[in-house]
Design a protein around this ligand. Structure first.
Ligand code: SDX
Length: 393
């Protein structure tokens, strides 16, 4: 049976598809969405412009953007019955589990999403996902605070609306701080797509069976939750807090990571399957962390610990030899925290950013009429054997 199957655990050397969406060069540390560099987009574009670019292939004209933004604005309200599903969760439910459940539940409210005859409705489901994910995402935070949820405001743009729904309270008018909104805009752009990563491959695989877009995106949210993937941004802050509580001595953690086989410990936020050089997103986020914390007057001791850890790792043979550099998750949590976002919402922020990428990749997979994903295996179980009745066992 091994005649025609090549085993490639973790698909380290398998190209699963052809795609025109995102280009990565792991050796050079290059990331481009539809040919535009991530450095250019992070500095000059809005997140919704980047979402349009990823999904439809071109930067929108002014009228295309206005139409896209207005369509999203008019779908940000979530069916009140979704709140009844949400109210069933315990207050300490992890926001990622809540998010994936509610996104999956959206298919129940939009049955034409799994009606093969309604293929033309895909654009409407895309608008609904982009519009409602931020609204749903903020519910967990408000419940954890014992505060009432906020309805979206159509006078605000995408990022300002998210911040309003997160932090506004009935007692006072919430003013969106432009520094916070701009930092969020950059972070969402940097997370928007990343070719065939674990969660995107999950979205494609689920969608390849012609499962509806809500079920496919919900599967992607679940894959992203894993601590080796998007969940790493929460793990990084918890690791940095441990180092701080432990006196701030990073060398002990470097040693634990180098003895991973014995300690089972990994430096979260380090290493990458593709980048064997600096993750270009980590470079931008590291610089943004200094800028944003300075502008907000926030002094977070874990930022210095993070820099110390990076410095120590980049000068240690174990990491240099394995080409382990800080990845997108290493500094992002430090900015999220400075924006007032709690640690257990960090991976939800990653999901909000990655949503347009998942959508773009799902759409491309469908348009390219990719076959259903069904890999083979190398069988290692027992050869044929006779059944033995339970009396004889
Ligand atoms: C994301 O794919 C994407 O594009 C993902 C992402 C995206 O935008 O979608 O970029 C987002 O998920 C970023 C990665 C976030 N995860 C973490 O920060 C968790 C810590 N990192 C590792 O678990 C690891 O680096 C992975 C999962 C990111 C990559 O794993 P690989 O490619 O399978 O590499 P590996 O586990 O085979 O490691 C190679 C070697 C091993 O040592 P040896 O067996 O050769 O002795 O490097 C070691 C590993 O033990 N190693 C680490 C390490 N990462 C790898 N050692 C210490 N600390 C680490 N972080």
């Amino acid at each position: 049976q091994t005649g025609y199957v090549t085993l490639d655990r973790g698909y380290k050397n398998t190209g699963a598809t052809q795609s025109a969406i995102t280009f990565l060069d792991g050796e050079e540390g290059i990331l481009r969405y539809r040919g535009y560099s991530i450095e250019d987009l992070a500095a000059k574009a809005s997140f919704l412009e980047v979402a349009y670019l990823l999904i439809y292939g071109e930067l929108p004209t002014k009228s295309q953007f206005d139409q896209f933004e207005n369509a999203i604005r008019h779908h940000t309200i979530v069916n009140e019955d979704m709140r009844k599903i949400f109210e069933g969760f315990p207050v300490n439910a992890h926001p990622m589990g809540v998010l994936s459940s509610l996104v999956s539940a959206m298919s129940a409210f939009y049955p034409d999403s799994y009606d093969e005859r309604a293929e033309d409705k895909t654009d409407l489901h895309i608008i609904r996902l982009l519009a409602k994910l931020p609204t749903i995402a903020t519910w967990s935070f408000k419940k954890s605070q014992g505060h009432p949820v906020n309805y979206p405001k159509n006078t605000l743009n995408y990022t300002a609306n998210f911040l309003h729904m997160m932090f506004a309270l009935p007692v006072a008018e919430y003013q969106v701080d432009p520094v916070v909104a701009e930092a969020l805009n950059v972070l969402l752009i940097l997370h928007a797509d990343h070719e065939q990563n674990c969660s995107t491959s999950t979205v494609r695989l689920v969608g390849s069976s012609r499962a509806n877009i809500y079920s496919s995106i919900s599967a992607g949210i679940n894959a992203l939750w894993g601590p080796l993937h998007g969940g790493a941004n929460q793990e990084v802050i918890e690791m940095l807090e441990d180092i701080k509580a432990d006196g701030g001595d990073v060398s002990k953690y470097i040693d634990m990571a180098k003895n991973a086989k014995q300690t089972g410990f990994r430096l979260f936020g380090f290493g990458h399957r593709v980048y064997k050089n600096f993750d270009p997103r980590a470079k931008i986020i590291k610089k943004a962390a200094d800028d944003v914390l300075a502008k907000l007057g926030v002094n977070d001791p874990v930022l210095d610990i993070a820099k110390g850890l990076e410095e120590a790792a980049l000068n240690d043979e174990y990491f240099v030899q394995r080409k382990l550099y800080p990845n997108v998750d290493f500094y992002s949590g430090i900015i999220y925290r400075a924006l007032g976002i709690p640690t257990n919402m960090f991976t939800v922020m990653f999901a909000i950013g990655r949503l347009p990428g998942w959508i773009a990749q799902w759409k491309e997979m469908r348009e390219q009429k990719e076959p259903i994903g069904r890999p083979r295996q190398i069988y290692t179980g027992p050869t044929l054997r006779e059944f033995v009745s339970i009396e004889q066992r």
